[in-house]
Design a protein around this ligand. Sequence first.
Ligand code: HEC
Ligand code: HEC
Length: 354
Amino acid sequence: MKTLLFSYTTRILHFLFACFVLLAYLLSDTNSLLWLHSLFGICVLLIVGLRIFWFFVSEDGAKISSFDLKLSSLKNYVTNYFSFKNEKIRNPAASYSAILMWILAVLVSFVGLILIGAKYGSGIFGYLFLLDIDKHLIKEAHELFGNLLILVAFFHVAGVLGDNFLKRSDIAKAMFNGEMKVAQDKKISTFKNSSLIAFIVLSLTVLFGFYLGMVKTNIFFNSEISHQNYKLLAPTMVGECKECHLFYPPNVTSLETQMNILNDLPNHFGTDASLDNETLVKIINETKKLAPQKSPFRFEDLANSESIVKTNRWKHLHEEFDDGWFMENKVKKTNCKACHINFEDGSINPFELK
Ligand code: HEC
Ligand code: HEC
């Protein structure tokens, strides 16, 4: 006889977890969609949180006690694949892979939050932006956990397919209808009417996702820590240099490049931008004072007042826009603020794009 083992809620949580992990993974290479990648990553955390709560209040099939985490069972399962009899509702391989995936999902999401904190000053770990930490190492850890998660997920799916086709079990179908044959004769509690709870879980998750996507100043994305108030820090520079164009914050190039620009104002990118000596000295002092500030997006020494947009690095970062795009949309390449909305605060990051 088939028993209803997995309630709607359990199945919805399973399905959402798989979707969010997959979507986050697929978006991991597109920098301009980092916000969406992060959004799915945060949703993964939410789902794992709900799932842990569900361990304790759910039907027997989803409870932590339904997992078989004995190492001897795992060994037994591997060596006697075809004759293995489950002691618990889940077989040991399924139990281990599920727990491992949840742990890895929490790790990858947390390290991801640490990474955007350290790199862009974004989110709950934004204060890390002010410290000198190795972002490369954090990135490697994030990728390692992510790849491991996908690897375990792959084995998990392979295991399900194996059970389904080699052992002709109904596990694959059970993920959709929740029903499975169970050998045990002991009574298993079921949760027949959890559709309301499932609906609430689904709606709250979707609403939460939409909130994150619409309100980019949410606590996970907000990056005010990396903003500077240059009107206060460098009033003369802001006043004078904004006469003709947007304010290029001093952290966008090296001190050397800025000094070259300031020392050659009469030949300023084809224009005469000369200043009287007193103002120039003030601006030079402001520039020097601000020089040590951190910036993850500095364009290092530009040769002879070369435009930032002529550097290979800029071209590479903006590959997705060709010259035709800029013509069509009537945006000047040098008008960084057109896309990086907080550019004049010295902040460039994928959460602050137009
Ligand atoms: C008289 C007008 C004028 C003033 C004042 C002026 N600029 Fe410029 N600036 C220009 C023009 C014109 C360009 C080249 C066209 C463009 O990039 O929009 C330019 C380009 C730049 C660029 C290069 C952007 C790129 O393409 O990489 C920087 C940096 C810059 N200015 C900094 C400054 C600073 C710092 C000050 C204040 C000391 C300043 N400018 C004052 C007219 C001016
Ligand atoms: C047409 C829109 C647009 C314009 C104009 C533009 N950018 Fe970008 N920029 C993007 C997009 C999209 C990305 C990719 C997402 C990201 O990395 O933030 C990007 C990425 C960057 C990055 C990498 C940030 C990171 O993730 O490490 C830097 C630095 C940058 N831009 C600087 C500039 C500067 C400086 C200017 C002006 C000279 C400029 N951009 C003009 C759209 C634009």
